[in-house]
Design a protein around this ligand. Sequence first.
Ligand code: ZN
Length: 192
Amino acid sequence: MTRDELLDLFRRSGALLEGHFRLSSGLHSPGYLQCALVLQHPKHAEALGRAIADRTRDLRPSLVLSPALGGVVIGHEVGRALGVRAIFAERQDGALALRRGFVISETDRVLVIEDVLTTGGSTRETMQVARAAGGQVVGAASLVDRSGGAVRFDVPFAALLEIALPTHEPDQCPLCAQGLPVVKPGSRPVVA
Ligand code: ZN
């Protein structure tokens, strides 16, 4: 998929909104991203998983590990496309952990899959879960990188789509300065 095709898919499903938004953090932004809205369509989730698999297959992963909840659906689809297990880590007392009987063995080549890379913190923490369990982390990938390319890892990293979405304090927001009305995202349903 090309960048334009990806952007079109995200826009049509409402996963990427452009305008003037008040985020849950209170900050204002010209864009709003919610990957769950594109991933709710199984045909799109499958295609996006296949696209990430095509970018990471050379790493020869034997296992996909994702942080819950955001990474679960896309991790599952990447695992499907690669023909390997897909498991997830989830928060327990504030820290990511393997639960539900999920096992990572010392022979596992682990690929960490996220929906959105923002600071890289949750991808790093997920890698740590894999390493603590004895697995070898061979790479990481996300649907979207909104870090502006600022995040680096000690393993190969790939993102399908890089989108810079700046945020502003309301009193310093250039869109407010232009007098554009601010809206809360997610108030209208969109069908892909
Ligand atoms: Zn504003």
